[in-house]
Design a protein around this ligand. Structure first.
Ligand SMILES: [Zn+2]
Length: 425
């Protein structure tokens, strides 16, 4: 999870709709009731698993140890075909009738913390403090409990549930794990990702994925002595012109789109005309066309800034290249989409508030950008201090509610034999 701002909105009063009726029927089926009860009864085990899974370091690009452990846990939960793919994702299948859609339930394995980070848990005032415990240790444990619940209650699904503990969600991982998954599997009809519950206000559904594109702009020049070589164009001076042009880009307030030159480097010494300068740029929006538009404006600003510098110094020696260093595609679901209605109905039929969350950047961005129904749900409990070694915490307050919502959502999507047809298709 990348965005930490929290804003909850109670979904506008929903009319009794098809999804709600389907989920009410599913929730009343004896096996499903047993599975939901299993999640509540076994919350202490889920909490213990949260601590155990989080104790294994899993920085982005080094998730293998946690992945091996998690694969054993999925096997023990009775999933079939448990394996680790080429990217390092752990996959396991809950088999349906063979005649339904494949729906993915996913949680990322990686954390933002280096391998040397002290992962010791400190308990205080009913909270567990440890780096990664909420993001995403809790979600991994919740996903495991859902697998156990399906087996314990022998729930018969129409479609397959593909459980995925994926790599590379955080930072420079750039959604590596889910990108690989969707490049390999063309049969996925819906995707539910798990991330920590934000704050203490319930278990909201994230249906808007903030996309980001990141670039490194490198500017090259001839270099030279500041006195002897005066008259030669400078890469740093060109970078200044480029940044001034980027700074002038005007964007709408809505839909939101942002840009930032975050790091600038270059130069050799105070008396050298610089031969090299570089900058790192981040652009973000949940609106894919707008993101692309601002990206083009920034690329134009680079070319214009370079041209201005060459013209000023009567030269053609300054050049620039732009390299993509991060790509998290933007995507969003409509509030009226099947998958959003299904997830909200899962809460409603259990007597819980139907909550929608603000935009976040998560694994669900990728399927959303491909047009595949996708959203992010809470792994349960309350939490905060994400991505902060000393501050990250998780509390098991009402923690079984979110995995119950997730299970019911997944069952709605894949369908339950003899009860309801799959809503994902
Ligand atoms: Zn996360």
């Amino acid at each position: 999870m990348k965005h930490l701002l929290l804003s909850l909105a109670i979904a506008a009063a929903l009319p009794a709709h098809a999804q709600q009726q389907e989920l009410a029927r599913i929730a009343a089926q004896p096996a499903v009731k047993q599975a939901l009860a299993y999640i509540e009864k076994n919350e202490a085990t889920t909490t213990a698993n949260t601590l155990a899974i989080n104790a294994i370091p899993a920085p982005t690009f080094a998730e293998a140890a946690r992945a091996r452990d998690y694969a054993e846990r999925l096997k023990a939960a009775g999933l079939q075909d448990v394996r680790t793919d080429e990217a390092g994702n752990v996959l396991g299948t809950w088999r349906g009738s063979g005649k339904g859609p494949t729906v993915v339930l996913a949680a990322h394995l990686d954390t933002v913390y280096p391998a040397t980070t002290d992962l010791t848990v400190h308990e205080k005032d009913g909270r567990y403090y440890a780096p990664g415990i909420a993001d995403n240790g809790r979600s991994l444990a919740a996903m495991l409990t859902i697998a156990h619940a399906l087996r314990d209650a022998k729930v018969q699904t129409v479609g397959d549930v593909l459980f995925v503990a994926n790599v590379g969600e955080e930072g420079l991982g750039d959604l590596k794990g889910v990108k690989h998954l969707f490049s390999q599997r063309k049969d996925i009809k819906a995707f539910v990702g798990l991330e920590p519950a934000l704050g203490t206000g319930g278990d909201p559904v994230t249906y808007i994925g903030t996309g980001s594109r990141r670039f490194k702009v490198s500017i090259h020049g001839p270099g030279g002595h500041s006195y002897e070589g005066f008259g030669l164009p400078s890469a740093i001076h060109a970078a200044g012109r480029v940044i001034a042009r980027i700074d002038e880009i005007r964007v709408p307030a809505e839909p939101k789109v942002t840009f930032n030159v975050g790091v600038v480097q270059g130069g050799q010494s105070v008396n050298s005309i610089s031969a090299e300068a570089s900058m790192l740029i981040d652009i973000r929006s949940a609106d894919a066309p707008l993101l692309a538009k601002v990206e083009q404006q920034i690329k134009d600003a680079v070319q214009q800034g370079v041209a201005d510098t060459n013209q000023r110094w009567n030269s053609s020696a300054i050049t620039a290249d732009v390299a993509l260093i991060g790509d998290r595609p933007a995507g969003q679901m409509s509030k009226d989409s099947m998958i959003v209605k299904t997830a909200l109905a899962a809460a409603t039929v259990q007597g819980r508030p139907a909550l929608l969350d603000s935009a976040h950047s998560t694994d669900a961005n990728l399927p959303m950008s491909l047009g595949i129904p996708a959203l992010t749900m809470s792994g349960g409990g309350s939490s905060g201090g994400y991505h902060s070694e000393k501050l990250e915490w998780w509390s098991p307050q009402n923690a079984h509610a979110a995995p119950q919502n997730v299970l019911l959502t997944i069952l709605g999507l894949v369908g339950v034999r003899g009860v309801s047809a799959p809503l994902a298709r």
